[in-house]
Design a protein around this ligand. Sequence first.
Ligand code: SF4
Length: 418
Amino acid sequence: APTPPPARHLFSDAAEVEALRGNLLAWYDRCKRDLPWRALVSVGGVGASALTPALLPAVWVSEIMLQQTQVATVIDYYNRWMQKWPTLQALAQASLEEVNELWAGLGYYSRGKRLQEAARKVVSELAGRMPRTAEDLQKLLPGVGRYTAGAIASISYGQATGVVDGNVIRVLCRLRCIGADSSSPAVIDRLWDMANVLVDSSRPGDFNQALMELGATVCVPKAPLCGECPVKQHCQAWRRKLFGKPSPVPDVEDCGVGDCPLCPPASEPWDSSLGVTNFPRKAAKKPPRAMRTATCVLERRGCHGAPEYLIVQRPSSGLLAGLWEFPSLPLAQDLQEEKEREELAVHLQAWMGRPVAAKGLQFIGEVIHIFSHIHQTYVVYSLHLDGDVTLDPALSPSRWVAEDEFHASAVSTAMKKV
Ligand code: SF4
């Protein structure tokens, strides 16, 4: 059995936990940001049945949108989404095309798709009733992970269950001087235990939001505002910054145990110039993979003489699933320009159903777009077509669009850059 962590890394004093909850909630009541999804918290999903349309839990939509995306960006998308699909039933009836169109520009498109799939499942398999505990939400709904399940269960349905997201990781690691790799499963498990101990059973949703809000507005990554922090008297990192190292012994003095799994590794001890930002620590990320993709803007004159462009739909799974793009072809890394053109011409020929001369492709430039794990370079060509062009219906869906239709379609930010 794993050894329990040293007391320094725990919240084992009930009186301290009580005081921390009180301080944090009082601060939250005074200082919380006015965000649109907070207005709807208390009514999400209530009254659900197969016959009465159930409100879509606001926190579900906002939490999915907020994954990897800033609050300021999300607000507008959130408002449009909730206006269009206020109930689970309305969302279940939407097409993937509509979902992708609304999501366009928000990135990580599979999030929107899975949100809609989950709504369909609630309507078709669960008689329109949202699961109400974190365990059921995670088990029954696609795309709902441990964090989102905890957030929905506590905020919408009042279950006393903790949540751990990036903000909570930072706050807890600082409160308890956890300097081991905060992305490791061992540390993450400890943080979940801690969040479950801390959560206030009378106001679980507010408590969880308060902890996240603290991380988002006070205990921020680079320059935390410790002087204004409502829980600084409970913060080990703050104490350590104020009083320094108590004695000139190795870092094990942190908790008095030689190989503490939660202290900073001996090779990277506390750095006093960093203060509380010694915590959390993360193992170095793998650099993004480099990819090159040739893409061609095919242009023809539409019936009123205005230019139209060919867009084609991506496969329904994988990166940017179901989105529309200019015909594109992933390239080997070290291909010569001439060879790139030839390969693209062959690829286009399949779309056009007629030969395309490689030298007719005009090189326009390169566009770089960074996805979370891919450094993508689009090598952009253009080709003007004369006469009628018949597209092969056997290939994936494709259509000609004018420029304004292109911008209103479900196309990725990367394609808009192209
Ligand atoms: Fe974060 Fe500073 Fe508050 Fe500690 S005192 S929780 S480091 S803001």
